[in-house]
Write a protein of this length. Sequence first.
Length: 369
Amino acid sequence: EKGGYDYFMLKEIAEQPQAIADTLLGRLSERGEIVLDEVRLTDQDLRDVDKVFIVACGTSYHAGMVAKYAIEHWVRIPCEVELASEFRYRDPILDRSTLMIVISQSGETMDTLMALRHAKEQKARVLAICNTNGSTIPRESDAVLYTHGGPEIAVASTKAFVTQLVACYLIGLHLAQIRGVMYADEVAAVVSKLQATPDALRELLGGMEDVRALARDLRTASTILFIGRHVGFPVALEGALKLKELAYMHAEGFAAGELKHGPIALIDEGTPVVCVVPSPAGRGVLRDKVVSNIQEVRARGARTIVIAEEGDDAVRAYADHLIVVPRTPTLLAPLMTTVPLQILACEIAAARGHDVDQPRNLAKSVTVE
Ligand code: F6R
């Protein structure tokens, strides 16, 4: 049942290229348009939207954070992301023209469900991104886009996360397309990059031996810090979350630019810092800023584990350990950069002797508030 893998989590990590392909399946026309006929919201409903809210918990919330960058960039309407457990206690401003996107692998997370009900009371239109057919969250939503990732057995979410990202990208591009903010050929260009990600991810997964060796090395660290900017920031948060929940180690993710406002004081001789470096193509400024943050932590003695794009040779000088990921447009990069962090957390946990699939104190679906 584990298909030759030691853990369900490793099996599910390996299934990610196929899971992405399955989420794309049937949702793209030959001309590279997004076809979301299954989403029961009319084009007019979607044209009327003047604000997007994304609400979720845990890893699904990190997918939502990435989606905000994509939606605002492509669709040019304001998009807020919030933890479901915080959302409904602060009197958020929603109305008929708000599109509320709730993201949940299980479709049963109570915090997310309560946020959804609150949004419906305020007359917002609710679109669920969900992996579990017929679960409560999609049933109570106005519309649903299923992720088609297949069942996720390991408690830690992996393939659900990447398929949630894909679903968010599809929704963003669909909105941009029907609202006329992006030309058809611009949408088609992003779509073709999305279609290339399963193969790129297969290639990446084939070269993860180094990460396994690194994990054995890091298993006794007292803390591991993660830094990123832009979409690399939620990736850093996700890397830290995986490590906490699986390896029971202290870990924290930071926006790289915030380090100097406090957290840099944590850095000591040998402190491992995982740095998610943006692509040098397109937005080189972003990449250069992260590189200077890496230099800052190195100057204080950090041991840097750098995740960077193929071809970014200049970054080698700042990396004690380099993990290379295939070239991907900036907004799609989390589909690549998250994966080594999943493997790192899984292997560190295993090296520390923990049950990777069933971490202590956690359940696969959290049906209490
Ligand atoms: C982390 C993890 C959790 C879930 C969170 C939301 O690996 O699995 O953080 O992402 O409990 O669950 P869903 O997506 O089912 O609503």
